[in-house]
Design a protein. Structure first.
Length: 319
């Protein structure tokens, strides 16, 4: 910290009082300028560490070192995500939005950090859920699980049927956190469904039926003739669709050493088209008629093709 600057006066007593007052102001000002909250210093240290990482010669690392570094960076990313949730919650409690006239903390975050409003709302909702989920909060803060996994575990616990004893909630929370850490977010959903089915099989079947009833698929025709697909399938329908499309969307075998360069989304688009082509010979009737294909051509082009075809037929007949 800088040394405080003092002013002294050799005048009257009133001048001495003024000098002391000035010295006090300078001393307080010096302390205020130098002090930084530990949270601010921590963020500055993180930024400095990232600068050092950006300047590091990663090419000189071995494959094993790079592999460990990737895992370490991902773990830090999870911890930063946990900090974002915590810091935003404090900003919400402090009324940061009120000071800028924003309608909500999520809107304020959008204005100052250019993040979607939905992201801010999701972070605040997760923080509220974590206040009653200490096991999830600890795993999230330490980087054992990520934001999506923490959200999935909290949502799964909140959705447990009433038949689950309250005494088991902590054990279930620990089980789901271990599942998220070892098997991933998708496994959390599956494990929570198994728990719900065990304690309330009738309710589980009703939930499955409700999910099936909300299936939908929309084909949006664009002005340029293209079509956009949007939708959501229930678990069984999705499993069937993937079972059919996955083999068709597999990368093609390499040709002359050249691998299939299509992106996964391109391969699935081609697979969908291939599936439609396979179904073409057995297309259902529409309003009593089978689908028709119309070909437009000019009379001259048609006459030329007919004449060419007749000439070839006559030639083969003479032979």
């Amino acid at each position: 910290m800088r040394e405080p600057i003092f002013f002294y006066s050799t005048g009257t007593s009133s001048g001495s009082v003024l000098s002391v007052a000035v010295a006090t102001v300078v001393l307080v000002s010096s302390i205020e300028n130098e002090y930084q909250h530990p949270a601010v210093e921590a963020v500055a240290a993180i930024a400095a560490g990232l600068d050092a990482l950006a300047d590091a010669s990663l090419w000189s690392m071995s494959t094993a070192e790079v592999s460990r570094l990737v895992v370490a960076v991902e773990r830090i990313d999870r911890r930063v995500a946990a900090a974002q949730v915590s810091v935003l919650a404090q900003a919400d409690r402090s009324g940061a939005a009120d000071q800028t006239g924003a309608s909500s903390t999520a809107v304020w975050l959008h204005n100052v950090a250019d993040l979607p409003v939905g992201v801010g709302r999701a972070r605040l909702a997760l923080h509220r859920a974590l206040t009653s989920r200490p096991v999830v909060a600890a795993a999230f803060s330490s980087g054992d699980i990520g934001l999506e996994a923490a959200t999935a575990v909290c949502s799964a616990i909140d959705a447990l049927p009433g038949g689950v004893p309250a005494a088991l909630y902590t054990q279930i929370e620990e089980l789901l956190v271990d599942t998220a850490r070892d098997e991933g977010t998708k496994a959390v959903v599956q494990r929570s469904m198994e728990i719900a089915n065990r304690f309330d099989p009738d309710g589980f079947e009703q939930q499955e039926a409700s999910v099936r009833s909300r299936r939908w698929l929309q084909l949006v025709r664009q002005h340029d003739g293209t079509v956009k697909l949007r939708g959501c399938l229930d678990k069984e329908s999705a499993a069937l669709a993937l079972a059919v499309l996955d083999p068709l969307a597999a990368p093609r075998p390499a040709t002359d050493g050249v691998r299939d360069t299509r992106l996964p989304e391109h391969r699935y688009a081609d697979a969908f088209l291939h599936l439609c082509q396979l179904a073409t010979p057995s297309l259902p009737e529409v309003r009593g008629e089978r689908p028709h294909m119309f070909v437009t051509t000019t009379l001259e082009s048609l006459q030329r093709r007919i004449g060419s075809a007749l000439g070839s037929q006559i030639g083969r007949a003479h032979v």
